[in-house]
Design a protein around this ligand. Structure first.
Ligand code: FAD
Length: 480
């Protein structure tokens, strides 16, 4: 006797035919994201046209089947893993990109890869600035759902800053357009911004209109080494005080740099091995570049132990590789990591560094930290070995302490990865009951049956760790 769920999946197959897969490999691939916390769905729908989404959601509401939308599956919080089983909407086949060169707009289907959008914009002399490190694998839909940030955030902000209009489906299956492809729109509630960052819990985005900006003429890249982490972060403050806005201002603490140097076998600055580093990138026209260069040469370089300017694209790439290789290099300190993406106000950055030193001592763990210093957004990587039960416990305790400390500094528990399941336990540290009740009321109004990405954001940790359907738990998300 088939279960109600199996009957619903048969009905889905009747409606959408070959777009629906129940093949074991397809189910497994859709069962986890970058956090590698796996829950098996019962079907994966390859979304080939807009209307597929509406049909799936209508059927799901009829039969009470959970639905999880999936883009590139690079989320680091399990926000894309089908926690309660059910059906996964694979948005990647829906991936067209069309540039309106006159209006400076990109009309993009949700499954388009972000790097493709950037390249298409550039081929028309425009630029799409959001630049997450996952740019070659993550989709526009996923970036919108998580309000992704990235490496150019210091100057250009985050995904939300470039969204003009969104199209898609409410959780109950009705089609909606939030905003229109116009430069201005002041009509009704701003539901577009409610969808952005909602981690696929309030609707399914099928198409977006994105704002482009003129492509800068030139860029220049610098690498600076400092006597201490404090000196490096004081340089960040100096940069802010001067109202100087670089494109990127990436900080690497001493533990990250020595880890990287052990990993590669070479010193980034042979004159001061293991020194804290800032990677700085600027852009603009020739005269803007010259003014910014002069500021860096006259004000920042004298504060450093070593200061290098990239003289070619290749050299600039080699500077960026220092930053990129930090992630893999961290695994010299343990086979697993908890990668937190906390934010603190600029004036609390030194306090954070001091706190992390205490945390290393109390936990006995390596905690290399790097990230987007101009935004106060740091990737704090708590490293441990998965087979060492004691170290696992110390790592989880360290995350809890980190989250409390960050909130007490006036910061945020997530700056770009979102909450998903990974950080749901700390949501109550950050948000008041009133705030949570308002969020839950919106969810209830738009998704009365709670079928869209159920359990995400709001389910505290013990509840999800104990689910029997979970087939693998590895706290080893590898991220930026
Ligand atoms: C190596 C690496 C580097 C990273 N670097 C960064 C970084 O620099 N900055 C940053 O912000 N993040 C970064 N991330 C995290 C991740 O890439 C982002 O969160 C990204 O936005 C997820 O996009 P995706 O297409 O992979 O979405 P998925 O992982 O598939 O899904 C993420 C969430 O979006 C929802 N979703 C997906 N598509 C839709 C849609 N069409 N409509 C509604 N909801 C949808 C899902 O349900 C889920 O809740 C990184 C991850 C990795 C693995």
């Amino acid at each position: 006797m088939p279960t109600a769920h199996e009957i619903a999946t048969l009905s889905l197959k009747q409606h959408l035919g070959s777009a629906v897969s129940t093949d074991a490999d397809a189910l497994y691939r859709a069962s986890f994201d970058g956090m590698k916390l796996s829950f098996l769905p019962s079907a994966v729908v390859s979304v080939r046209n807009d209307a597929h989404v509406g049909s799936v959601l209508k059927l799901a509401n009829l039969h009470n089947v959970p639905v999880t939308t999936r883009g590139g599956g690079t989320s680091l919080t399990a926000s894309a893993s089908p926690f309660k089983g059910g059906w996964v909407l694979d948005m990647t086949p829906l991936n067209s990109v069309e540039i309106d060169a006159l209006e400076g707009l990109a009309h993009v289907e949700a499954g388009a890869i972000v790097a493709t959008v950037q390249q298409s914009a550039e081929s028309h002399g425009w630029m799409y600035p959001p630049d997450p490190s996952s740019v070659k694998h993550s989709t526009i839909g996923g970036n919108l759902a998580c309000n992704a940030g990235g490496l150019r955030g210091a100057k250009y902000g985050v995904t939300r800053d470039y969204v003009v209009a969104l199209e898609g489906y409410l959780p109950t299956g009705e089609r909606v357009c939030w905003g229109r492809p116009l430069r201005k729109w002041a009509v009704g509630y701003n539901m577009r911004d409610l969808w952005i960052g909602s981690e696929g819990t309030l609707g399914v985005i099928t198409k977006a209109t994105l704002r482009l900006i003129p492509r800068p003429e030139q860029k220049a890249t610098f690498l600076a080494a400092f006597a201490s982490e404090e000196e490096a972060l004081n340089a960040v403050i100096k940069i802010a005080e001067a109202r100087f806005i670089p494109v990127a201002l990436e900080f690497l603490d001493t533990e990250s740099v020595s880890g990287l140097e052990n990993f590669t076998g070479t010193s980034v600055f042979p004159e001061c091995p293991g020194a804290a580093i800032l990677l700085i990138e600027i852009d603009g026209n020739a005269s803007q570049i010259e003014t910014q260069r002069a500021f860096l040469r006259n004000t920042i370089a004298p504060l450093t132990k070593g200061f290098r300017t990239a003289n070619s694209e290749e050299e600039a790439e080699s500077f960026w590789n220092v930053r990129r290789k930090c992630s893999p290099a961290m695994f010299a300190h343990g086979d697993s990591k908890l990668n937190e993406d906390i934010v603190v106000p600029l004036r609390s950055q030194l306090k954070l560094i001091e706190f992390l030193r205490t945390l290393r001592t109390s936990s006995g763990l390596h905690i290399p930290t790097f990230g987007h210093a101009a935004d106060g957004n740091f990737h704090v990587n708590i490293m441990y070995n998965r087979d060492d039960a004691n170290a696992c416990e110390r790592a989880k305790k360290a995350v809890k302490e980190l989250m409390s400390a960050v909130v007490s500094m006036g910061g945020a528990i997530s700056g770009e990865h979102g909450i998903g399941l990974a950080k749901s336990d700390y949501l109550r540290l950050q948000c008041s009951d009133n705030e949570l009740q308002a969020m839950l009321a919106i969810k209830k109004a738009l998704d009365p049956k709670g079928i869209l990405n159920p359990g995400k954001i709001f389910t505290p940790y013990p509840a999800w760790e104990k689910r029997p359907e979970k087939i693998r738990l590895a706290w080893d998300h590898r991220g930026d």
